[in-house]
Design a protein around this ligand. Structure first.
Ligand code: PMP
Length: 303
């Protein structure tokens, strides 16, 4: 059976201030966001009816829009409430939550000053991003054909639709070659992140992760840094070169969709799906389910 396409489902989508029947939540073909990528989005997960780090996601949506030059007419609290309403309207408790904001149809062309900002929130059931086996077996990544751009070439802090062009190209190249995902290097050739998740490495009990100076300092990344420190693990944020991959024993990805997923391989380098990673995966699960409290996500000191 083929799953229902995303435009043809039962349920409700919050759009510009009200819940609409799912199939009626549409935009016109001449929408600035569609033609010029003036669109920003979020991805969060609800666990047992509670959306993890919801206000951090709402704040990032506002900040991403601002970086792209448009102001959302909603506060963090209003976006939080829209997300909760959408979850409840769809009778979901464990779900992925997707807020999105874009420039409308009032103007065509590169200029967009007269466009109006729009916002919508959808949610749907979404199991493990990399499938149920990933936590046990670990993922296989290749090296992406595309690099993360320098911060003076695109607004790297925004979770903006346009930045995913090279993620999709790299993900397709990986999947075509039989891999689960790709490791993207940055414009300097340093290790950056996967196509939709941050990356960490264990070396002799210490955790290493690239400095997020040209990619997202993810909310899950920040949470995992806090969880690791809670266990007394040293976390070192620094430039990591691909030559070093041979020296790491364990590696994993973090993201709201990806959660904590171990890696088994990046190109020619292999990693154990080891206890240190599995412990942090369990800690993250405990955190998002409310079984660990008082852990505050730690933003990068250098982003
Ligand atoms: N990098 C990219 C490119 C992403 O798409 C994501 C997922 N939003 C992340 C990192 C991780 O961010 P977060 O933990 O905030 O979901």
């Amino acid at each position: 059976m083929i799953d229902a396409t995303f435009d043809d489902r039962d349920g409700f989508i919050w759009m510009d201030g009200a819940l609409k029947p799912w199939r009626e939540a549409n935009v016109h073909i001449l929408t600035h966001g569609l033609h010029y990528a003036s669109s920003v989005f979020e991805g969060a997960r609800a666990y047992g009816g509670h959306i993890y780090a919801l206000s951090a996601h709402s704040q990032r949506l506002i900040d991403s829009a601002k970086t792209m030059g448009f102001a959302l007419p909603y506060s963090v609290e209003e976006i939080d409430e829209a997300c909760r309403q959408t979850l409840a309207a769809n009778n979901l408790t464990n779900a992925y939550v997707r807020p999105v904001a874009w420039r409308g149809s009032e103007q065509m062309g590169v200029s967009a000053q007269r466009t109006k900002p729009h916002m919508a929130v959808a949610c749907w059931e979404w199991g493990a991003y990399f499938g149920p086996e990933a936590l046990k077996k670990g993922l296989r990544l290749n090296i992406a054909p595309w690099r993360k751009p320098a911060p003076y070439t695109v607004p790297v802090r925004a979770k903006a639709a346009g930045l995913y062009m090279t993620s999709t190209l790299s993900k397709h190249a990986a999947e075509d070659a039989g891999y689960n995902d790709a490791l993207m290097l940055d414009w300097r050739g340093q290790v950056a992140e996967a196509t939709g998740a941050n990356i960490f490495f264990f070396k002799d009990g210490t955790l290493h992760t690239p400095t997020p100076d040209c990619f997202l300092d993810g909310i899950t990344r920040r949470s995992v840094v806090a969880l690791a420190r809670r266990r007394g693990i040293d976390v070192i944020e620094r430039a990591i070169w691909p030559e070093e991959l041979a020296t790491f024993q364990e590696s994993f990805l973090t993201g709201s969709a990806a959660e904590v997923t171990p890696l088994a391989e990046i190109g020619p380098w292999n990693f154990q799906v080891g206890e240190a990673t599995l412990q942090l995966a369990q800690d993250y699960s405990d955190l998002v389910h409310g079984r660990i409290t008082g852990v505050v996500p730690v933003p990068s000191t250098q982003s």
